[in-house]
Write a protein of this length. Structure first.
Length: 186
């Protein structure tokens, strides 16, 4: 059996062939993956390394508002506030109510809250969307490298198997020639 280390394997050429393009045709991610794969460097990183950890005060505030605004606690507190508002202005204060039915001032407050809360939540969602996009790009690079590695292993294995079969054929041919020589002598 031949020594597997004896095979000089050009990973970069193999990967280019497997990807079906030249370096000039590859996008930046594919070129980076190819370079890391050819030098046998790891590509996987922690999500904390992929997504920038530094956030501004505004981004952190938007995240907290979005987190609280999308919780059952917020819904419960808001429902209690609305019930208290209606009870105060309809039942307890009666004719001296600050905002009698149809609660126009309450509508104004709710509209202002929605007008402020919606863009803040959108800012948080945009930031999360950007971090998801970075993670998706990283996942693509990892998957591409794994695919290249697997295809390269298949090529290397096939080359080793071909070499082994070729060596076996040569040994068999030598044995046949020896048998022919022995047969002639007999």
């Amino acid at each position: 059996m031949t020594d597997p280390r004896a095979h000089a394997f050009d990973f970069r050429a193999s990967a280019r062939r497997l990807l079906g393009s030249k370096d000039l045709d590859l996008d930046e991610v594919s070129r980076r993956v190819l370079e890391l794969a050819s030098t046998r460097q790891a590509i996987t990183r922690s999500p904390d390394q992929v997504v920038p950890a530094s956030t501004t005060f505004g981004q952190r505030a938007a995240d907290h508002v979005a987190h609280f605004g999308g919780s059952w606690v917020f819904i419960g507190l808001f429902a209690l506030f609305l019930i208290a508002w209606v009870a105060l202005n309809s039942v307890l204060l009666g004719k001296a109510a600050l905002d009698p039915y149809p609660y126009i001032f309450l509508n104004l407050i709710l509209s202002m809250l929605a007008a402020i809360q919606a863009p803040i939540i959108m800012m948080s969602q945009n930031r999360l969307s950007e971090s998801d996009r970075l993670m998706a790009n990283h996942d693509y690079a990892v998957n591409l490298k794994a695919e290249i590695e697997i295809m390269a292993l298949h090529e290397k294995f096939d080359a080793m198997r071909t070499d082994e079969l070729h060596a076996q054929l040569q040994r068999q041919q030598a044995l046949i020639e020896e048998l022919l020589v022995l047969q002639r002598k007999a």
